[in-house]
Design a protein around this ligand. Sequence first.
Ligand code: ADP
Ligand code: MG
Ligand code: MG
Length: 320
Amino acid sequence: RPEPVHNDVVHRELFALGTLIQISVAGHIEPAVMNQAQAALTDLETRWSVLGDGDLAQLNKTLQTQTSAPLPSTLQAGFAAARQLCLDSGGRFDPGVGDLVRLWGFDDEDHFRTTPPPADQLNAALQQRSSLCDSHIDPQTVVVDQVPARFDFGASAKGRAVDEVIALLQAAGIHNAIINAGGDIKVIGRRAQRAWRIGIRHPRPVDGRTMLASLQVHDGEAIFTSGDYERFFIDNGVRYHHILDPRTGLPAMGSQSATVLHSSAERADAAATALFVAGAQDAASVMQQMGVDSWLLVDANGRLHASDAMRARIPDLASQ
Ligand code: ADP
Ligand code: MG
Ligand code: MG
C-alpha cells in the first residue's frame, strides 16, 4: 500500500514489541524497504518474547530443568551484549529477573494482578533466580547458576530492535529517518531543513501538560525512557509497577521516570532501566559506569535530576 506522506516525510505505523512503532523517513523510500523494516520488527518480537514459542521462550523452557542450554545464533549477540550491560549496571539491569517479572504478572496481560505476590513466593523466586551477570556465555551455550531460570529482555530488546532497523535502513541507502517506539526514539540524519525534535513524557501529567521537556535529537542518537506509568496497579495507595529492583524483587521505589540519551539504542534502553533502579543517589556513578553522559531522572517526589550534558541539551530544564 502507498505510504502516507506529510511534508516530504514518509510514515509507516505498526504494532510490535508491545508498542506502537512509527518509522518515518524524510524523502524517498522504496515500499519494499519499509516492508523489510516491518518484517524485521515482527521477527525480532517473536525471537525475544517470553510468551509463545519463539527462540527465547524455547530457551527458557530448557532452563526450567537444565543449567545449560544451546544459544541459537539469533540470540547470541543479544545475550552477550545484555550480559555486559548487566555487569556495567552493577546488576541493576538484569534480564535474570524473568521469574520475578512473571510472579508480579507484568509479563502477560492475562496474568494481571491487583495485589502484590505473597512474600514467601517472592522470597523463593529471589533466592532461586540466576543473574545474567553471573551466567556464562560461550557463545553458543548459556550456563546458569541454578534451575529453574528465566530470562526476560523486556528492558533492552526494544532498543536492540531499533538499532537493527536503523542499520537496515542505512544499508538500503536511507540517510534521514526516525523510529519512534512508544516514545523511545532513534534518529539518523535530519528532517528536511530541521533537526528531528522529540518530547519526553511527563510521568505525572498535570493540567494537560503531557511533556516534561522537548529536545532536538541529532544524527545517530537514541533516547529511551523507563517510567512507572507504563504497567502498574495500585493497591492500598501504593503503585506497584513493572521495573523491578533485582536485589529485592520489588518494584524500584525511588523514581517516577528515567531517560537516557546514547548512540546505541540498546544501551540507552538498558541504561534507562538501570537509572530508574539506581534512583537519584546512585544515578551519576551508575551512568558513568554505563558510559552514559546524558541522563535525566524524575525521583519519587517529582524532583528532576540531570547530568550537565543533558542540561546543556535542554536549556529550560532548570525552570521545569
Ligand atoms: P518499558 O517497558 O517502558 O520499555 P523498561 O525498558 O524499563 O520499560 O523495561 C521494563 C521491562 O523489563 C519489564 O516489563 C520487565 O519485563 C523487565 N524488567 C523489569 N525490571 C528489570 C530489571 N531491573 N532489569 C532488566 N529487566 C527488567
Ligand atoms: Mg529499558
Ligand atoms: Mg523501555
